[in-house]
Design a protein. Sequence first.
Length: 268
Amino acid sequence: MATFRVVGPGRAGGSLAAALEAVGHSPKGLLGRGEPVRDAARGVDVVVIATPDDAVGEVAARIEPVPGSAVLHVSGSLGLEVLEPHERRGSLHPLVPLPTEEVGAARLRSGVTFAVAGDPIARQLALDLGGRPVEVDDERRTAYHAAAAIAANHLVALLGQVERVAAAAGLPLDAFAGLVRAATDDAFSLGPRAALTGPASRGDWVTIERHRSALSALPAPRTEVAAYDALVGLARRLRLDTAEDAGPLGSETPTSADSGRGQTGQVA
């Protein structure tokens, strides 16, 4: 088992420290804002930098390199070059939200995917946590992180829209919980294209236009309708199974097969 020190005891750093300790690794302290980090690599097998992304390079440069000690970051968007001049450097990014240390530590040990790169200790720590390590090199890091942001941040933002529109119908967000969970389960078990249902999947433009009219009655209608139109466009692309961009709803002319509609209206 490894000895480790964490620089940046926020939600990510605290969660990872607790999870690693729970599986038998030995913590040698957590260094917070304002604490000296020059000797952070001394006396440990690995230093984990869990600061905000824009501080990782600065922190790494302030840590004196120690032969044999690895330095890892937990950023999803950064490559390994930010950890220079350390000889052993790697990244360990968990694909799971870490809202609190307690919840985060449990999630990190629940078999989640970790994007790893660089020093083999990153992969080993992921395995020790019971996780599924996947290699993501620096050249593909930005695309990987974009996918992660869409999967988590954008999904939460979309549920925020569900909450607003549901309130207009007099319903709470949790009334749609079963629908959301079943749809995501279907997407993973069947694949997104096979799991797609609803008016966009069958070309029901009359229903879609009614939806747009209802959204136009909400506060900030341009934002609500634009978001809806963008996702209808993505649903059409999935339905057509083509790599060509289907474009926004307001810019296309449905065919006669699309319920005989004319050109769709512009964003309200």
